[in-house]
Design a protein around this ligand. Sequence first.
Ligand SMILES: Cc1cc2nc3c(=O)[nH]c(=O)nc-3n(C[C@H](O)[C@H](O)[C@H](O)COP(=O)(O)O)c2cc1C
Length: 381
Amino acid sequence: MPVDATAPERLAMYNTSRLKIGLFGPNCSSGRAVTMAPERWSGSWPDNLKLAQMADAAGIDFLLPIARWKGYGGDTDYQGETLETLTWASGLLASTKRITVFGTVHAPLFNPVIAAKEIVTADHIGQGRMGLNLVVGWNEGEFEMFGVEQREHEKRYEFAQEWLDVVKMIWSPKQDFDFDGHYLKLKGIRCKPKPVGDSRPLIMNAGASATGRAFAVKNCDAFFLQASRVSAEETAGFVKKARELAKEHDREIGVYTVGVVTCRRTQKEAEEYHRHTIIENADFSAIDSILAMKNITPQTKGMEEFERQRRFYANGMGGLPVVGDADFVAKTLADLSAAGVTGIGISLINYLDELPFFCDEVLPRLERLGLRERRRQAQYA
Ligand SMILES: Cc1cc2nc3c(=O)[nH]c(=O)nc-3n(C[C@H](O)[C@H](O)[C@H](O)COP(=O)(O)O)c2cc1C
C-alpha cells in the first residue's frame, strides 16, 4: 500500500450505502445547538456511550466529535464541557462493532508522533474503524491556554502539511526514518504496530478558506463543505468544484456536509420545536461571543447582517437546517445525495431522545430510495 492511500472498505465505512450518515458534535455539552432549552444535550460520557451503541446498532455510519478546549460562555457556557476526542473515540470504539469513529486533532497542539501512535492504538481497538479529522484551529483563546502561538492563516496550513506528511509516513511501512521539514525536525522515527490491515485511517478536513480547501482536497479522503442554504443545485456546484480541485491533484475525494435536523411527526410540530429551541430559547450571549471571536459584530458587518448571522449561528453554528417531518427530511437528504454529497454529519438537540425517531422513520425512506443499505438491528433504541 503506498504511503498516501487507504483501503476502499475504510473509505466506504464498511458498507455499501451511497449516502453516509453520521452524528456530529455529541462529545460537547449542548452539541451544536446554542440553546437554553433544558433538554439540551449533556455531552456526558454515559450519554455518549449510550448514543454510540444506539447509533451502531441502528446502522449509523460515523461519529464525528469537535475538538474544543474552552467553552463559549453565555448563559449555558455553550460547549463548556467537552470530552477529549481521541480518548473519547477509543472508549467508543471499544464499545461498538461497526461504526467509524473520528478523533479531531489540532495539528499545532499535538506532537505528530504521539498523535500517530494514539490514532494507531484507537485503530487497533476499533479494528480499522478509527478516522482522523485534522484541524488547524481558529480560536486564539484556546491556543493561549496551551502557550502556543497561533500562526497566520497560510502558515497554519503549511505547518499542517508537514504534520500530516510525517503522520502518514509513520503509518506507512517505513521504519527508522528522519523527517527534516521547515517546522518539524524529527530523528529516528519508529512506530509499531502500524494501523490495521496495512492501510491508514480515513482522514477528513473541513477547511473553508481557499487555502483550507486546497489542503483538504490534496491530502484528505473526505472534505466537509457548507451546503447551500439556497438550493441543492448550488450545493451541486460546490461539490463539483471540490471534486474538480481534487482531480487536479489526481485524487478522488468524498464530499460531506453538516446538517442540523429537527424531525417530528408533522411539519408543524418540527417547526414549533425548532422555534422553541433555536429562536425563543437561543443562548444569544454565547452566540455573540462566538461571533465576536470571528469578528462578526454590528460594527464590522452592519446590524442587518449581524442579526442574520446570529440566527444562523444559533442553529448548529452554520450547519444546514433540516426541519420537518420524515418525508421532508428524507427528501432533503436525498437531494443532497443527488447533488453529489457523499455523506452528512447531523446534529440533534438531544441526540439520544431524537435518534430513534430519525432511524425508524428517515432511514427506511432512504433505504427505499436505494440510498442506504438496511443495517438496523431489531433492537437498537
Ligand atoms: C464538520 C466540521 C468539523 C470541524 N471541526 C472542528 C473542530 O473540531 N475544531 C476546530 O477548531 N475547528 C473545526 N472545524 C473548523 C474547520 O476545521 C476550519 O478551521 C474552518 O472551517 C475554517 O476554515 P479555514 O481553516 O480554511 O479558514 C470544523 C468545521 C467543520 C465544517
